[in-house]
Design a protein around this ligand. Structure first.
Ligand SMILES: *Cc1c(COP(=O)(O)O)cnc(C)c1O
Length: 833
């Protein structure tokens, strides 16, 4: 597409080295997301935490030969690379993409707002794909780095673009406006809730409106009063500033006069009829959704279609067929000990490469399989399209491809030429299902990826384990987000140890470790050796500390390269015998010091003996010295915590000095990280915070909810006054009552002490108290006040809207115990936004 010389000129950069490498097609910002090395340009971004220049060497080795840098690098190490020097790499990225955008003159729809951006964007794609060759943001790529990557995908063969823009603080939209330059704007809505980074709601709206500075038209819902006011102001200002024409406004309202006046919304069991007046004419649509969010999103899309003058019959037809949007990638347990990633809503190159990245992160099975439908609407010839797909599969190390559809089958030869890729092809989903043999899918991770028309959810059903209806959902992106929140509090260079003991606080084992490995966490810690062995078996290669190394597991520790915590002289001697017997030297160990917790660890008086033992033998290499804070979260104990800190400083300094080589020191857990920054030393150990729970309200506000425990209603019963519920008849109906039996009991980890009104669950957004005594597998809820409850309804035990802290308070315990107590028979489902 572009060569390095051109790009250098555009950026007014300095072409430090020019070798005439192949033209540049792809931009890479994250070294882990490299697909096409030869034609990629790496732009290393620099933040307070991370300087991506450190990945240049790795990418060069993988075949990348185009780089934009903002600091000097040793050119001799990269003889075949084009290297452009600029002042600031993020600005360069924005400038380059703005220049790219400049080449295209077809309509561009820009979407912003508090909620619904991604749904509106994806629905517009569904509604307009028949008429246009559309380029759009992959998933929710709407940030300072997501938008440039989206806009960079614009190609001459497209004739319509849909991009979303999201901001988190003032000053960001100016950049995104230059990149997107929307000709048509949609402002989906504005939320009153937390405006972090903004003074107030108006400031937030005005900042978002900057996106539409140069747009021809702005579509927006008038019923948000603050939004309406700001839009009218904006209209006046923009009208005056720009010498040419003012922006046209296209408003819609359910309450007052507007361009599109909504008269009524009639909800039936599974669809909603929306009636409206437009230019004096009565019209309607039906959508297959009944929730308020979907209705609002659909009206925003409707307004756009009216603006584009799409015939009314076409609008009705397409609205009626709007589909669900897969907002997230999910990992589920599948047949024959396999894992399934089900992404059966769309297929295009952008979402395929995102899904493949998610697949690649999963290391639990060495074999990876992709079941892929035809890719629709790419604008390329089938041959070059599937050549690109084949290259992607090869690059991601996929062993098996099942191609479904006429087009992909026609190009099967391309895939048969890929080394090490087994492939089979079917003309249709039906044909695949008829010939399906479960034994063809054993102990592998399977990505199911198909366009909607292929109905791959039917394949998902064949492959997935029939789940017990109580499930624990784990949001992997939330864990990644939470890690970033704590990382931001660390001094530069401080390492991070991820605590994955006790089945990662109940949330999973290799699934979480995979994620932490992918996100560059430095160390893992487990409680027992067998937890570490499981992680090694699942392909986790990073260092793992074992906190409770029993002598009976020493051989496993050595065999799997696990690193024991040594907390006593006895343990030191026993382990030394074992290491000697295996003829190893410099085996990594971690020394635990007791600074006040009085659980495990060497005390101050033990240090001289410890030193002389360690100096005598070469069996060990002390990787780290650490201790544990007993009350880091408690302000009243701060004096105690500080004393632990200084004792640790003293003891570790003695050891350090005597051993004479660098040793990592660490003492802080989650609460310690933000409450005692002076105790971060060389590494911190992050546990509960990563899983979305923190004792301090400030920190909690920055975290995202990770785990959601859900169950379903098995039966609903009406009780007359005086009838009782459950074992022992401990609950009596005082008024005519309705009781819902749900599929969770104390064997799932729902503590029996929550019986009889102490615990509550959420149904249809309302709290329902436990009625009677909790049984092993079931319990009853009093839902008398929630008339809409029916069999099959989903019940939230804890999650975003009912925090696990609340449940812990009801049960008179701490969130740690609730999370780790959810039994293994509850299926875990992992997803990524
Ligand atoms: C569990 C544990 C942690 C993590 O504590 P959180 O409060 O969950 O962050 C840190 N260090 C040690 C030794 C632990 O056992």
């Amino acid at each position: 597409m572009y060569n390095a010389e051109t790009i250098s000129k555009v950026l007014k950069g300095e072409l430090l080295q020019h070798t005439g490498a192949p033209e540049i097609e792809h931009i890479v910002l994250d070294s882990r997301k490299l697909n096409f090395a030869e034609t990629s340009l790496f732009i290393p971004l620099v933040s307070a935490r991370r300087n991506a220049h450190q990945f240049i060497e790795e990418l060069y080795e993988k075949g990348v030969s185009n780089f934009i840098v903002s600091e000097s690098i040793d050119l001799q190490k990269y003889p075949n690379a084009n290297v452009i020097l600029v002042k600031d790499t993020l600005q360069a990225l924005h400038a380059l993409v703005a220049w790219h955008r400049h080449h295209f003159h077809f309509p561009v729809i820009g979407v912003t707002g508090s909620n619904g951006k991604t749904i509106v964007k994806e629905w517009l794609y569904q509604l307009l794909e028949k008429d246009h060759n559309i380029v759009r943001s992959p998933k929710s790529y709407n940030s300072q780095t997501g938008v440039p990557l989206s806009v960079w995908q614009m190609k001459p063969e497209n004739d319509l673009a849909i991009f979303e823009a999201g901001i988190s603080q003032p000053g960001e939209m100016v950049n995104l406006e230059k990149l997107i330059k929307p000709t048509i704007g949609i402002f989906t809505n504005i939320g009153e809730a937390h405006s972090e980074g903004f003074l107030n709601i108006r400031q937030k709206i005005n900042e978002k409106l900057i996106l539409f500075m140069k747009s021809d038209v702005l579509i927006y819902p008038k019923d948000y009063l603050a939004l309406n006011e700001c839009v009218l102001n904006f209209h006046n200002q923009v009208g005056k500033r720009e010498t040419d024409k003012a922006i046209q406004l296209f408003s819609w309202s359910r309450k007052t006069d507007a361009d599109l006046r909504i008269i009524s919304c009639d909800k039936n069991t599974n669809h909603t009829r929306i009636d409206a007046l437009y230019k004096g004419e009565a019209m309607h649509i039906n959508i297959p959704f009944v929730d308020e969010g979907s209705i609002e999103n659909a009206i925003n899309c409707w307004a756009l279609m009216l603006y584009l003058e799409i015939p009314h019959a076409t609008i009705i037809d397409r609205m009626d067929r709007l589909g669900n949007i897969a907002m997230r990638l999910e990992l589920r347990q599948g047949i024959n000990n396999s894992s399934i990633i089900n992404d059966s809503y769309n297929s295009d190159m952008g979402s395929l490469s995102i899904a493949l990245e998610f697949l690649q992160q999963q290391r639990q099975h060495p074999n990876k399989t992709v079941i892929l439908s035809d890719i629709l609407q790419s604008g390329k010839s089938d041959f070059s399209l599937y050549e690109e797909v084949a290259a992607l599969l090869e690059q991601k190390g996929i062993q098996k491809l099942v191609g479904i559809g006429r087009n992909i089958s026609r190009e099967k030869r391309i895939f048969q030429q890929v080394l090490g890729l087994k492939s089979s092809f079917y003309q249709s989903t039906e044909e695949f299902i008829q010939q399906f043999n479960p034994q063809d899918f054993v102990q592998e991770t399977i990505l199911v990826k198909g366009a909607r028309v292929f109905q791959f959810e039917r394949i998902g059903k064949l492959l997935e384990h029939k789940a017990h209806q109580t499930i624990l959902e784990i949001d992997l992106s939330a864990i990644a987000h939470n890690i970033t929140q704590y990382q931001a509090l660390l001094k530069p260079g401080t390492k991070l140890m991820g605590m994955v003991k006790a089945f990662s606080y109940g949330s999973g084992s290799f699934e979480i470790a995979n994620l932490l490995q992918f996100h560059g966490v430095d160390y893992l810690a487990v409680a027992y050796a067998d937890e570490g062995v499981d992680l090694r078996r699942a392909g986790i290669t990073m260092p793992i500390m074992v906190m409770n190394p029993e002598p009976s597991t020493f051989d496993a520790i050595l065999q799997w390269n696990l690193e024991p915590e040594i907390y006593s002289m006895h343990l030191l001697n026993r382990f030394e015998e074992e290491v000697r017997a295996s003829n190893k030297v410099n085996y990594p160990i971690h020394l635990k010091l007791d600074t006040g917790m009085h659980r495990l660890g060497f005390e101050k008086k033990d240090i001289p003996e410890l030193i002389s033992q360690l100096k005598e033998h070469s069996a060990f290499h002390v990787k780290s010295i650490f201790s544990h804070l007993a009350a880091s979260e408690d302000p009243e104990m701060d004096e105690f915590t500080r004393r632990q800190g200084s004792l640790f400083r003293e003891m570790s300094a003695d050891l350090q000095k005597a051993l004479g080589y660098p040793i990592i020191r660490h003492i802080s857990n989650s609460a310690g990280i933000h409450r005692h920054p002076e105790l971060q030393f060389d590494m911190v150990r992050l546990g509960i915070g990563m899983y979305g729970v923190d004792n301090s309200a400030d920190m909690q506000a920055k975290l995202k909810n990770v785990s959601t425990l859900k169950t379903t209603v098995a039966q609903v019963k009406k009780l007359a006054v005086g009838e009782t519920v459950g074992y022992g008849g401990k609950w009596t109906a005082k008024v005519p009552s309705v009781i819902a039996t749900v599929r969770i009991g104390y064997a799932d980890g729902y503590n029996r002490c929550l019986s009889n009104g102490k615990g509550q669950m959420l149904i249809h957004g309302k709290l329902a108290p436990v009625a009677g005594v909790i049984a092993m597998d079931m319990l009853m809820l009093d839902v008398t006040h929630i008339p809409e409850v029916k069999v099959g309804d989903v019940v939230t035990v804890f999650g975003e809207d009912l925090p696990v802290q609340q449940l812990a308070a009801w049960a008179d315990t701490i969130p740690y115990e609730i999370l780790t107590g959810i039994s293994q028979r509850v299926k875990r489902i992992y997803f990524q936004e």
